[in-house]
Design a protein. Structure first.
Length: 188
């Protein structure tokens, strides 16, 4: 029987602080989006993902992988967005088994209207309390986590069933946007 390497007191304190702060931040973001824009944080995330893609379109399966949702959950989210007129589904012209989700003009307008409040909430609850050096350290820590979670290790991956190639591409896009300074475009 092998002995597990338990978290040190410093690691345990950091882990707990991360868990609680992440939960509270996600709750604050969801509350802000629902209150100010009548849109769930998850649905806002779908609109952001579509707006970041050429033509505002993505395959349903790709979108589910990027959002780390099951096909069923993604289909339900898209149905709600479609009901609001913010997205539409289109069959792939070549492979009729493939469904594309396309951001509509009303969806872009909702996203544009919601983005300033969302960014303000992120700033107030996270970045306004950090020094520039802490922001850089935070980014570095998040990139290390992102690399480890998307490296596609054989066996035992924490994201079993997650499209590793899509996740790696997302991680690369995050780094590219950071290098290009395009984080202030409202698409968080």
């Amino acid at each position: 029987m092998s002995a597990e390497k338990w978290l040190s007191p410093a690691e345990a304190a950091a882990w707990r602080a991360y868990l609680v702060s992440n939960m509270l931040l996600m709750r604050a973001l969801d509350r802000q989006l629902l209150t100010d824009s009548n849109i769930a944080h998850t649905h806002y995330g779908v609109l952001v993902q579509l707006s970041d893609r050429p033509g505002g379109s993505a395959r349903m399966t790709q979108l589910a992988a990027i959002m780390d949702h099951s096909q069923s959950r993604m289909s339900h989210a898209v149905s709600r967005l479609e009901k609001n007129g913010w997205v539409r589904r289109e069959l792939d012209p070549i492979d009729k088994r493939v469904i594309h989700v396309v951001l509509t003009e009303p969806g872009r307008e909702v996203l544009s209207a919601a983005a300033p409040g969302h960014v303000r909430c992120v700033r107030e609850n996270l970045f306004d309390g950090l020094t520039p050096e802490q922001v850089e350290s935070f980014r570095e820590v998040c990139e290390v986590m992102l690399d480890r979670l998307t490296e596609g290790r054989a066996g035992g991956s924490p994201n079993a069933g997650f499209d590793e190639l899509t996740a790696q591409r997302e991680a690369q896009a995050v780094r590219r946007r950071r290098r290009n300074g395009s984080w202030s475009d409202g698409g968080t």
